[in-house]
Design a protein around this ligand. Structure first.
Ligand code: RB5
Length: 148
């Protein structure tokens, strides 16, 4: 899969580990930065990854900041993006199966790296269930006025 990744300074170390994991699994990784732990503002990397997903240049995205929250808030402003903050494996599984999440958000300061990589694996391996869940994700765009 083509997967775009990004972080701020608070997520740089985990984002690096995520990129290495994705490459080891054979995915095509596009790293939107940042590339150091120097202080940075998360909305810019969130936007770069969200736009790549929204425009179809990436099939999935992974965003990491300190908590994952700011990344998730920003990414979900982009039509076509369904970003899920997943602090547990079950969040990742349900985010895919029920919500067809296409962006995974992780918090480096709150989720240990080994757990985060296990969450990533489940996010990648879980298919969308479709059916009634398809109607519901369409309703997200309807109520928000972001239908395309
Ligand atoms: C940076 O200190 C921190 O606020 C950021 O990484 C993120 O957690 C925001 O949601």
């Amino acid at each position: 899969m083509r997967i775009a990744i990004g972080s701020d300074h608070g997520g740089f170390n985990l984002k690096t580990a995520v990129g290495e994991r994705l490459a080891a699994l054979g995915h095509q990784v596009e790293d939107m930065g940042v590339f150091s732990t120097d202080s940075s503002d998360y909305p810019f990397q969130a936007a770069a990854v969200a736009q790549a997903v929204a425009q179809g240049r990436a099939e999935r995205g992974v965003l990491v900041c300190g908590s994952g929250i700011g990344m998730c808030m920003t990414a979900n402003r982009f039509p076509g993006v369904r970003a899920a903050l997943a602090p547990t494996i079950e969040h990742a599984r349900l985010g895919r199966a029920h919500n067809n999440a296409n962006v995974l958000c992780l918090g480096e300061r709150l989720t240990p790296a080994d757990q985060a990589l296990a969450i990533l694996d489940v996010f990648l391996a879980t298919d969308f269930d479709g059916g009634r869940h398809q109607r519901r994700i369409e309703e997200i765009d309807q109520v928000a006025g972001t239908e395309r």
